[in-house]
Design a protein around this ligand. Structure first.
Ligand code: NAD
Length: 257
């Protein structure tokens, strides 16, 4: 029942948290399918780099997860899917009156509906294999709200509800379904925002991080992608066999406030 030798499909995994999860899983001996909507040489090079460094099999599958059929094709193109990590996500920030309908629809499609489609496609494979793990990357914003992020917060709360429902539907099989709720994670995207925020507030790097970016994160430290990878590996371990239908907050105390 060990996770070694299993296969994982990780959506949105050519950067940030998804890529961190891919490295952690590959280092734990899990074969990995990377995904995003692009099909650049560097996407495939990334797969080769992880495979070379870890010795597991790593492939890249292009699929645009804004489209339900593409989500289902992603799962059918993977040779196997013991573990599904629904990680792909986008953000749009705007007051509700000005929130463009197409942005609402894109955020809901990529951050929420994609997990419905990939889960529906992956569950028959997991049931046939007699083992499965579904891990949804929600957010501290799956449990709390902030203004101007209506679509993101609706989607991230929605994925927590989806997690609980699928966990109940699979409770008597060797399949678990859980959501991870990270606080602010230091990804290249977040790192790139630091200089502009320093300029905007006339603050130094440390002050911007503590007072602006991590205002709601009591630890005053970013979560690291490796830490999210470690939690994913824990959820795939035998020790987590009875952990299902729940959320794991990795947020430096955000949701304890
Ligand atoms: P990121 O932008 O680095 O990664 C997002 C990934 O999703 C990328 O690989 C991107 O290519 C992919 N993606 C976007 N649109 C797609 C589409 N249409 N089809 C397929 N793939 C698509 O951002 P990240 O910070 O690593 O975010 C990853 C997940 O973690 C998201 O769901 C995000 O909401 C969640 N999250 C991030 C933070 C944070 O602070 N960074 C905190 C909590 C939750």
């Amino acid at each position: 029942m060990s996770k070694k030798g299993r296969s994982a499909v990780i959506t949105g995994s050519n950067s940030g948290i998804g890529l961190g999860i891919a490295w952690a899983m590959a280092q734990a001996g899990i074969n990995v399918y990377l995904n995003s909507f692009t099909d650049r040489p560097e996407d495939h090079r990334l797969a080769a780099e992880i495979a070379d460094a870890t010795g597991v099999s790593v492939s890249y599958i292009k699929a645009n997860l804004a489209n339900g059929d593409e989500c289902r094709r992603l799962i059918s193109e993977a040779a196997d899917c013991d573990i599904l990590v629904n990680n792909a996500g986008i953000q749009h920030v705007s007051p509700i009156e000005e929130f463009p309908t197409e942005k609402w629809e894109a955020v809901i499609a990529i951050n929420l509906s994609s997990a419905f489609h990939t889960t529906a496609a992956a569950l028959p494979i997991m049931k046939k294999n007699g083992w499965g793990r579904i891990i949804n990357i929600s957010s501290a914003h799956g449990l709390t709200a902030s203004p101007y992020k209506a679509a993101y917060i609706a989607a991230k709360h929605g994925i927590v509800g989806l997690t609980k429902t699928i966990a109940l539907e699979t409770a008597q099989e060797e399949i678990t379904v859980n959501a991870i709720c990270p606080g602010y994670v230091l990804t290249p995207l977040v790192e790139a925002q630091i200089p502009a925020t320093m300029k905007e507030y006339g603050m130094g790097r440390e002050e911007v991080i503590e007072k602006i970016m991590l205002a709601r994160q009591p630890s005053k430290q970013f979560v690291k992608v490796e830490e999210i990878g470690g939690i994913v590996n824990f959820l795939c371990s035998d020790a987590a066999a009875q952990v299902t239908g729940t959320t794991i907050s990795v947020d430096g105390g955000w949701t304890a406030l």
